[in-house]
Design a protein around this ligand. Structure first.
Ligand SMILES: [Fe+2]
Length: 348
C-alpha cells in the first residue's frame, strides 16, 4: 500500500532526503535514555572513562550483547524509518531492534595535539554498509543506514563523513553489474583488483564523481537516516572527546522494486535511487546472479570480543580491549590509496 500521508517526516525533511540522501530526526530519545543504554560501556571496554591514557584504541566497533525495541525506545525514529522505506509492512522483524554494538571514536592525544582536521579524501575507510551479502542494486539486506547519536557528535570530533553525490556512483555501478558484486564492489573474478575499501576510495578521490562531503554531526538523541548506498567513512576525532553511535540494522522483506506498476508505490529510498540514476523506473532490469550471503571475519572477531566483555562484566580483570572489531587488510589498502605522508592519519 502506498503511503498517502506522512505522519513523521515533514515535507522539508522529505525534500532534504531527496536532495542530499539523508535526514536528521532530532530528539528521538532523551539523554537519560542514552546514559542508561551505555551504562556498562566502560566496563565492557576495560577502560577508565575519566582517564584517557587508558583508551588503548582510537576507535572501536563493539559486538552486540543486548538489543532494545526501537518502537518503544525511539518511536519518532521508527516512524521515520518506516516512512522512508515505504511502510512498516515492508520491513523485516529484525529492523525493530537496535543493538548495543556501540561504535566509539576516542581520537587520541596525538591527533588532538596536532590539531589539524583530516579531510575526507585523506580518509581510508570509505564504504557502503553490508559485509554479509553479495550486493545488487535491489538488495533488501540493507534498507537504510541508521546512525543514532548516543553522545553529541561534533564537527571534527569523530562525526561520520558522507559523500551524497556518491549515491549515484554506487547505484550506477550496481545497475551496470546485475551479476552482483562483493561488499567491496568487486565483480566476480575481480576480487583481488577491488579489495577492501579501494574502489570506494578511488571514487571519492575523483573530483569528477565526488565533490560533496559532509560530516554527520548531531545532538545526543538525534538519529540520522541515510540512503543505503551512501558512501561513508569513519573520521579522525581531533577533539579526543569520545563520540558514541551505533549502527542500527534495517532490512527489507522483499528486494527494492524499481519497476512498480503504480509509481505511487515507490518508497522514498527507491525514488532517491531512481533520481540518482536519472530515470523514472528501471523497466526490465533484473539481477543475473544468486543472492549469496557471506560470512565476514568480523563475526569471529566479535565473538572473541563478546566473550571478553562478558568476563569483564562478571568482574574478572582481563585487561583493556585492544581489538578494534573491524576486519582490515591494511597492507593492501595502504599500498593502493595512501601516500606516505598520510600514514599518521590512519584510523583503526
Ligand atoms: Fe559503515
Amino acid at each position: 500500500m502506498a503511503i498517502t500521508k506522512y505522519e513523521f517526516l515533514t515535507p522539508d525533511q522529505i525534500a532534504h532526503f531527496m536532495t542530499h540522501g539523508w535526514v536528521r530526526i532530532p530528539s528521538c530519545f532523551t539523554p537519560q535514555q542514552a546514559t542508561e543504554w551505555i551504562k556498562d560501556l566502560w566496563t565492557r571496554l576495560g577502560y577508565n572513562k575519566d582517564d584517557p591514557s587508558t583508551w588503548v584504541l582510537k576507535k572501536i566497533n563493539m559486538p552486540v550483547l543486548n538489543t532494545l525495541d526501537v518502537r518503544e525506545f525511539a518511536p519518532k525514529a521508527w516512524g521515520a524509518i518506516c516512512e522512508l522505506c515505504g511502510g512498516e509492512e515492508r520491513l523485516s522483524e529484525i529492523s525493530r531492534f537496535w543493538g548495543d554494538n556501540f561504535i566509539v571514536n576516542f581520537g587520541s592525544e596525538k591527533l588532538k595535539r596536532r590539531g589539524r582536521a583530516v579531510g575526507p579524501r585523506e580518509l581510508d575507510n570509505w564504504h557502503v554498509d553490508g559485509d554479509t551479502f553479495v550486493h545488487f542494486l535491489d538488495s533488501p539486506n540493507q534498507g537504510l543506514l541508521v546512525i543514532p547519536c548516543i553522545t553529541d557528535v561534533l564537527e571534527n570530533g569523530g562525526a561520520t563523513y558522507i559523500c551524497p553525490d556518491g549515491i549515484g556512483v554506487v547505484a550506477r555501478h550496481l545497475r551496470d553489474n546485475p551479476e552482483g558484486v562483493t561488499p567491496y564492489m568487486a565483480r566476480r573474478g575481480e576480487e583481488s583488483r577491488f579489495y577492501e575499501f579501494q574502489w570506494f576510495c578511488e571514487q571519492v578521490k575523483d573530483p569528477e564523481k565526488c565533490r560533496d562531503f559532509q560530516q554527520m554531526t548531531g545532538k545526543c538523541g538525534d538519529v540520522v537516516l541515510l540512503h543505503p548506498l551512501m558512501m561513508h567513512s569513519a573520521s579522525r576525532n581531533v577533539l579526543h572527546v569520545p563520540r558514541i553511535i551505533t549502527n542500527a540494522f534495517v532490512c527489507l522483506k522483499e528486494p527494492f522494486n524499481f519497476d512498480r506498476e503504480d509509481p505511487r508505490e515507490y518508497s522514498l529510498v527507491e525514488r532517491k535511487t531512481l533520481k540518482e540514476l536519472g530515470v523514472d523506473s528501471l523497466s526490465g532490469w533484473m539481477i543475473k546472479g544468486d543472492r549469496e550471503t557471506l560470512k565476514p571475519g568480523r563475526e569471529r572477531i566479535h565473538e572473541r570480543m563478546k566473550e571478553m566483555e562478558l568476563r569483564r562484566l562478571a568482574g574478572e580483570d582481563v585487561g583493556p580491549v585492544a581489538d578494534s572489531g573491524v576486519e582490515v587488510h591494511r597492507e593492501i589498502v595502504k599500498g593502493l590509496v595512501w601516500k606516505p605522508d598520510q600514514a599518521t592519519a590512519q584510523s583503526v
